[in-house]
Design a protein around this ligand. Sequence first.
Ligand code: 5AD
Ligand code: SF4
Length: 467
Amino acid sequence: MKPPRKLHIKSYGCQMNVYDAQRMADTLAGEGFVETSSSDDADLVILNTCHIREKASEKVYSELGRLRILKDEAARNGREMRIAVAGCVAQAESSEIIRRAPVVDVVVGPQSYHHLPRLLAHAKAHGRALETEFPVEDKFGFLPAPKPEAIRARGISSFVTVQEGCDKFCTFCVVPYTRGAEVSRPVQRIVDDVARLADHGVREITLIGQNVNAYHGEGPDGRTWPLGRLLHRLAETPGIVRLRYSTSHPRDVDDSLIEAHRDLPALMPFVHLPVQSGSDRILVAMNRRHTASEYRGVIDRFRAVRPDIAFSSDFIVGFPSETEEDFAATLALVMQIGYAAAYSFKYSPRPGTPAADMRETVSAAEMDQRLVRLQELIDSQQSAFNAATIGETVDVLFERSARNPGQIVGRTAYLQPAHVMASPEIIGQILPVTITSLERYSLLGQLAVRSPTPPAPLPYLQMTTGA
Ligand code: 5AD
Ligand code: SF4
């Protein structure tokens, strides 16, 4: 038997890339590839790239420079190393990548991962392979299901793609071009995936999609199901104790989603709802299709049914024509909403997007300064949110052994990491924890009650007890 070939995937950017990396690994497992944590001894290195901002997409070229040295070294030792570029830079830059970095053997866009074995064979025979078309067939249907060992190794929390692509065309964003039009997976496929994951120890599912609440998949009844209805169905899966979804657009929050938050205890009261700016003028220029006050209205609808709900968001500072007044409106919105967490970015023009043709009016120094001011405000809100848990008893879903010996780490409903001293048997369970202190963004605490007799541990849970 041939020895297994080693595969190293380095992912950048969003959760979708993390999920796609797993799907690529599953596809290549059928070709005899096993994953390795380092590129040094890999036979195949895949850079799973992100094109969302300039910084993200430039990273791929510096990494390719490093890989060229490794590939040359491997060749000198009589070993063949292949390099593939996947993800959104592959989609957006296609053959330009090979021109700039001839070391690359395969360029594969996100819609074509199921063709990886064929592309690798083609590269072996002809030196190079490139596929960045949007094929007509549904790629979701062609990707193999993960093997039970792979599911177990990935832990108790799993992403499941339910929707891909975006039809919103925000003027700054490359996603509609790199990931294409919105496509939703049929309900039954998702239900089956989630049941398989649950059977192998997964307890928490995060449904992902570039615009996840635009989900409109075909239900088993032949009708189109919205995200809220899908969540209701998935909440019935035995073993699944927590559900989440990301990333949502404020315009696509419908009654079904609000009802899901009202009715489903397993649906976590923590929603990532990007707003980008608090200025109506900038929101129009961004083509966000909602005003600041409509956004506040959406937040109010969630809060009316789940008073304990918390939000995170994304912001862009320095969008073309953003004035100090516009920026002040963003700060005001942040003050009004009160976020548990948020990400903020300096505007970066992306080739091919409408905003790239707009005149940039905010100087680099001003952008830096606005970013710092916004991040300080967000940080203060996040710190206050975390500090409010001290002395409280909160539910934690335990995920894995922590770096400190004897400590187990899990997450609260709001994704805050929480550490306790306990036996690894608690992994996979939700237990109440009394929070005693904070360490940066992590909570430290003690199990509030001794756990009831734990169920027989799953095989992989024994593995995590380690030596
Ligand atoms: N410049 C800066 N930030 C951007 N984002 C998307 N495109 C750009 C861009 N051109 C941010 C948005 C989005 C997040 C994923 O990345 O805030 O919600
Ligand atoms: Fe990009 Fe999100 Fe706007 Fe879609 S909704 S274009 S993914 S920022």
